[in-house]
Design a protein around this ligand. Structure first.
Ligand code: ATP
Ligand code: MG
Length: 136
């Protein structure tokens, strides 16, 4: 079955939301197959957000994502990528519906608590970037 890369960002970790968020994935039926609390180098952050390099907020985004620990995970199950994104909700928490993670816990478009892969190809790329020994 499919794997998705999910990462609780520094604001989510600092606010003590790891247990709450992991519980949502578990209750949905997506299995946690690997997880690690880690601090990203700016090199890894720049690779991860390479598609946003030309955005005016790029440097701020790199500073934010490297500002503390993140909780990186691999979740597995049917349609893991799509289903994880559905649990997470739209990019801007101020517009995300209640019931989604961003809708329930955030208001800031940058500090939006959590990341989820947006395609199976990107999931594979991200899993290899964050968990070097993992075969997707
Ligand atoms: P993610 O990739 O983190 O799951 P996403 O796929 O919903 O989020 P992307 O377009 O990939 O959204 O943007 C990546 C991240 O960049 C966002 O999650 C957010 O932290 C930040 N970001 C996006 N748009 C803005 C913005 N307008 N201002 C500041 N930060 C932004
Ligand atoms: Mg994205």
């Amino acid at each position: 079955s499919e794997k998705a890369f999910v990462m609780i960002k520094p604001d989510g970790v600092k606010r003590g939301l790891i247990g709450e968020i992991v519980g949502r994935f578990e209750r949905k039926g997506l299995q946690l197959v690997r997880a690690e609390l880690m601090q990203l180098s700016s090199e890894t952050a720049r690779i991860h957000y390479g598609h946003l390099q030309s955005k005016p907020f790029f440097q701020e985004l790199v500073d934010y994502i490297t500002s503390g620990f993140v909780f990186a995970m691999i979740v597995e199950g049917k349609g893991a990528v799509k289903n994880a994104r559905a649990l997470i909700g739209p990019t801007n928490p101020a517009e995300a519906p209640p019931g989604t993670i961003r809708g329930d816990y955030g208001l800031d478009v940058e500090a939006n608590i959590i990341h989820g892969s947006d395609s199976p190809d990107n999931a594979e790329r991200e899993i290899k970037l964050f968990f070097r020994s993992e075969s997707a």
